[in-house]
Write a protein that binds this ligand. Sequence first.
Ligand code: UTP
Length: 294
Amino acid sequence: MIRKAVIPAAGFGTRFLPATKCSPKEMLPIVDTPVIQYVVEEAVASGITDILMVIGRGKRAIEEHFDRSAELEWELEAKGKLDQLRQIRRISELANIHFVWQKRMLGLGDAIRCAEAHVGDEPFAVLLGDTLLQSTSGVPAVKQLIDAYEATKTSVVAVEAVTPEKVSKYGVIAGEPEKDIGDGKIWRVDDLVEKPAPEEAPSNYAIASRYVLTPDVFAALHDVRPGKGGEIQLTDALRLLAHASPIHARIIDAVRHDVGNHMGFIKTNIIYGLLRPDLRDTLAAFIKETAKDL
Ligand code: UTP
């Protein structure tokens, strides 16, 4: 059973400056809720009870968001704003949340390395703190991976099909559908390449910001050298693992929303705004009216 998750949230967020100069990009709001809260809710809905967030300088707001806020609670109670009070309390009761500091931002692989002591000798989930996966099947994305782990007992990465011009933004897998499990949605991974040029991409399946990893990933993370961008890449460590023992990918039934870039942020706000019953009609009317002048 997988009960622990790691949420890396220490990166500089340079694609979203100046907003991220001293505020975490993981706290960017989608309508009125920080991205990282949706990520925690996905983990909790998938059966995770213990969450380790990897944070760094300028990321204290994340700690405070998941802590109790006694003064705010008194204020809401005194004013009879009981719905908001419930909402605020629920955030701090979602899961057991722990924090570890990444001292130098050496990349996603290094952020996962910071989780080694906390995770210990058990498989764990990884959810990037700046990306939402909107399930299209009703099953939370990371739960789909946990189920694939139960079927394969290996590390499993989420993948989604992307267009050729997008492969160079992500890690890309090479492999084959695994026979007899997962209805063609679980692939055996033979190789992974971080941000390949379109003509070098081994497939159009890109890693989609969710993973279930077995603890042998830590040894691989200690062995990898800095890769693309001089960073310790998780994809490179998974590549070492894939060459030594089986690992799998799950073609995920979900749409990825990467909130840490301009268009991703704006689009995700519109999509999630249109899902809100209290906003849907006015937002749709505004979009139609604005589109007339484009
Ligand atoms: P990104 O590569 O999207 O984040 O990492 P970044 O480096 O902050 O973004 P840009 O490119 O400068 O805009 C995906 C996730 O991994 C975390 C980030 O916080 C983000 O949630 N991360 C990345 C770390 O925790 N540590 C790192 O060293 C790098």
